[in-house]
Design a protein around this ligand. Structure first.
Ligand code: BG6
Length: 484
């Protein structure tokens, strides 16, 4: 691999200190960072390379307290450079270019531009990169990484795609959804497509429904102003939950190749039955946790949803008649992201002593985080009790040694972007299709009664109405916090 120069725009922000630099440091520590990697931070703040390094040393020591070693950090930090810059100023992009030429010492290098600024500046940075000749690939690959949010609706996402495509080809664009960098999400691809025992039953003949829950124990904290504009649909569903749904529902691609994988994911979104008319009131449910309106930056009469439950149908041969229930919320009982594949009950029950009516059918729980793993639920006989049976489970833990933590998603995503593998990044059509599913719901929710905003106490599983909502379909939520 060519040496890599990573330019971070918005380098003084939280993402850089909390996620990007700790991920780079971890990669360095594990010997995974490509030889000759350089990082150039750009922001308005007047740091020098030395003061930026000192700030990052403190934040990395805080976020990576278990692995932080001062001497190792010092060696790593030699690759960190800083250049004050104003996105509005074309001359600053010329200075970036000169500085890159200087630190690369005239040798060919792959350049990655990471957009971690305020999202409204993404288009401008892209245009300036183009005008400064920084997208030119004659001296090595040039790629642009775009942090979420990718637009705030279909129209703005399209505009951003157009702005990117005026300067970069689609192959050069890497749109981040950090859920795709999570080990368990990738493991779902392996579970489905590197085994032969799951795929034959992964369809409407055996599966009753699918539940995808991303519950967060935290509330919106200090992000009130951002969150009140975004709400749970933009913040979690348009990206993370739809990504989980695509990976659960997609067909097997011919090969593990960025475009083939994304072609299959896109087909899932194209098959989602559009909601219309009464569907918005019936198939969507929204809630807001008590106390949300007292958060800094949130208006006292805010109607923003912090909880959502959606029922989506995927109209294709595999999934016809199998609803996908998507649910996400802040201030919930616990932090858990899980995909529950709920199988059908056996077609005929021959044991008269079983729990019959209340018998739970097989279930495959893919625990995305925390306590990453897979649990298979099945009936087994109670010893010495006639033919009575009860629900048992087989558990697979991703990381049996609990002293080690799973690599953060950003490590994998940064490495993939460095090597040019876009399989775990969203393509332009994917983000636009995801918005075309979310936009009509956002529009319907403008009307206060479609559906009514329900309130819920913090540290619960969302509004009580969400229980009745799914029970109307004869189903129930799998409300279980992960066990470590
Ligand atoms: C982000 C959202 O994209 O994902 C946050 O903006 C949310 O609101 C976060 O808390 C959840 O990510 P994770 O990896 O902690 O599940």
């Amino acid at each position: 691999m060519q040496p890599v120069s990573l330019v971070i725009f918005g380098a003084s922000g939280d993402l850089t200190s909390r996620k990007l630099v700790p991920a780079l440091y971890q990669l360095y520590q594990r010997g995974r960072l490509p030889e000759g990697t350089r990082v150039l931070g750009v922001a308005r703040r007047g740091y020098t390379s030395e003061t930026w390094r000192a700030e990052l040393a403190a934040s990395t020591a805080q976020y990576e307290s278990r692995s932080f070693q001062t001497d190792l950090w010092q060696r790593f930090a030699e690759c960190l450079h800083y250049q004050p810059g104003d996105i509005e100023n074309p001359r600053d992009f010329q200075s970036i270019r000169e500085l890159l030429d200087q630190i690369e010492q005239g040798r060919p290098a792959t350049r990655l531009y990471y957009l971690s600024t305020l999202p409204r500046l993404y288009e401008q940075v892209t245009t300036q990169l183009g005008e400064a000749g920084l997208a030119d690939e004659s001296q090595g690959s040039r790629r642009i990484i775009v942090e979420k949010p990718f637009g705030s609706d279909l129209e703005s996402a399209r505009n951003l795609n157009h702005a990117l495509h005026r300067v970069f080809s689609e192959k050069q664009v890497f749109r981040i959804d950090h859920y795709l960098g999570k080990e368990t999400v990738q493991n779902l691809l392996v579970l489905r497509f590197a085994n032969s025992i799951f795929e034959p039953i992964w369809n409407r003949n055996y599966i009753d429904h699918v539940q995808i829950t991303v519950a967060e124990e935290v509330d919106v904290g200090s992000r009130g102003a951002y969150y009140d504009e975004a709400g749970v649909l933009r913040d979690m569903v348009q990206n993370h939950l739809l990504q989980l749904m695509m990976i659960t529902a997609m067909e097997a691609p011919a090969r593990y190749d960025a475009d083939l994988v994304r072609d299959e994911k896109v087909k899932v979104l194209r098959s989602v039955r559009p909601l219309e008319g009464a569907d918005f009131a019936q198939n969507t449910l929204r809630g807001q946790y008590e106390g949300y309106r007292q958060t800094d930056g949130v208006p006292a009469n805010s109607q923003t949803a912090t909880f959502v439950a959606l029922k989506l149908n995927i109209d294709n041969w595999r999934w016809n008649g199998v609803p996908f229930y998507l649910r996400s919320g802040k201030a919930m009982s616990c932090r858990t992201s899980q995909i529950v594949i709920q199988f059908r009950t056996p077609p005929h029950m021959l044991f008269s002593e079983g729990p019959r009516k209340s018998m739970e059918a097989n279930r495959l729980v893919i625990q995305v985080q925390p306590a990453e793993g897979i649990h298979m639920h099945f009936q087994s006989k109670v010893p010495d009790a006639g033919m009575r049976f009860n629900l048992s489970h087989l558990d697979f833990r991703f990381q049996p040694d609990r002293t080690q933590s799973m690599p953060d998603a950003y490590q994998r995503l940064l490495l993939d972007a460095m090597s040019g593998d876009a399989s775990l990044f969203a393509r332009s059509d994917e983000v636009e299709l995801a918005w075309s599913i979310v936009d009509p719901i956002l529009a319907a929710w403008k009307s206060p009664a479609t559906p009514r905003l329900l309130s819920y106490p913090p540290a619960d599983w969302g509004p009580a109405g969400a229980v009745d909502w799914i029970e109307r379909d004869g189903r129930s939520w799998y409300d279980v916090c992960p066990v470590f």
